[in-house]
Write a protein that binds this ligand. Structure first.
Ligand code: C2E
Ligand code: CA
Ligand code: CA
Ligand code: CA
Length: 278
């Protein structure tokens, strides 16, 4: 009961209050921005090493915070998942990203648009039909779309999700295992999973230069992927040193600030136009 501990409780309450206010703000803004179609989708290029060019984009949601910035995408998604809004949000991003691909894919030389999918979107009834219909309505071919699903969460519900994933893959979509290499990833199950791509998480990529064990792990993942005909994307590459070491490890694609940050539509188009001129 010291004065000090009393103070600590006050600070804690203030922080909690602030967190609750931010969450309420996110939900309010999310609802209205989906309704008014002002919710933004930004795009980050993926570099295809063999082509020495950007052949795909990852779509990332951006919710304006009303103060000139954006709320954290990870927080927006986790709140949307907890409040039953993630299907609405997911449909919005999917439509937006596919329409962008339809309008600009050819001129930008893009092969694929990669879109994050919450596992809840996968587990609702008739999800495959629903997703395929949205893609078809946008005009893009299913072979131009990759859906990214977080590894740890997918593994937890793989029994319920695998029939849906099979349907989507038979229709021509690619499925990417996102955030691979975090926690208890197992190389053994890679041969049995209905996926086409592995995305190595930044937490692993970042350790390659300094930690020989992690470097060896990356090499084994690449080997395992080859055996199973999966392609590998390394995420979160920020420096030239990392880029060199990771390019040499056999991955096919690199995504990270070293190449480009996520950008709004217009900026992305000028970015691609800038490359052509060089
Ligand atoms: P993610 O799918 O792993 O996306 C990659 C995240 O890493 C993005 O964060 C991207 O901006 C960031 N990033 C890319 N390169 C670098 C780098 O070199 N260094 C660092 N430090 N970061 C890098 P962002 O946009 O904040 O998104 C966070 C997460 O929110 C995403 O992680 C994804 O799980 C989720 N998310 C974003 N948009 C959507 C969406 O439309 N639907 C769903 N379901 N989830 C989404
Ligand atoms: Ca992703
Ligand atoms: Ca990721
Ligand atoms: Ca992630």
């Amino acid at each position: 009961f010291s004065k000090e501990s009393g103070q600590k409780i006050v600070i804690y309450n203030n922080k909690l209050n602030q967190a609750i206010r931010i969450e309420a703000d996110i939900l309010r803004r999310l609802k209205s921005s989906i309704h008014n179609k002002t919710l933004e989708v930004w795009y980050q290029p993926l570099s295809k090493l063999s082509a020495d060019s950007y052949t795909s984009l990852e779509a990332l949601v951006r919710l304006p915070d009303g103060k000139g910035g954006y709320h954290s995408a990870a927080l927006v998604i986790s709140l949307a998942e907890r409040s039953g809004m993630v299907e609405l949000l997911g449909d919005y991003v999917l439509k937006r990203a596919c329409c962008f691909m339809y309008s600009h894919g050819k001129e930008l030389g893009l092969e694929r648009i990669c879109i994050n999918l919450s596992v809840q979107q996968l587990l609702v009834e008739n999800s495959a039909d629903h997703l395929l219909r949205l893609i078809q309505e946008s005009g893009v071919a299913t072979s131009q779309v990759t859906l990214e699903i977080t590894e740890s969460i997918l593994i937890q519900s793989i029994e319920r999700a695998s029939a849906t994933l099979d349907t989507l893959r038979r229709a021509g979509l690619h499925i990417a295992l996102d955030d691979f290499g975090v926690g208890y990833s197992s190389l053994n199950y890679l041969s049995n999973l209905p996926v086409d791509v592995i995305k190595i998480d930044r937490s692993l990529t970042q350790q390659i230069l300094t930690n020989p064990k992690q470097h060896a792990l990356l090499k084994s993942i690449v080997e395992m992927a080859k055996i199973n005909s999966l392609s590998v994307v390394a995420e979160g590459v920020e420096t030239e040193e990392e880029q060199k070491m990771i390019s040499a490890s056999g991955v096919q694609y690199i995504q990270g600030y070293y190449y480009a940050r996520p950008m709004p539509e217009k900026e992305l188009i000028s970015f691609f136009n800038g490359i052509e001129k060089n």
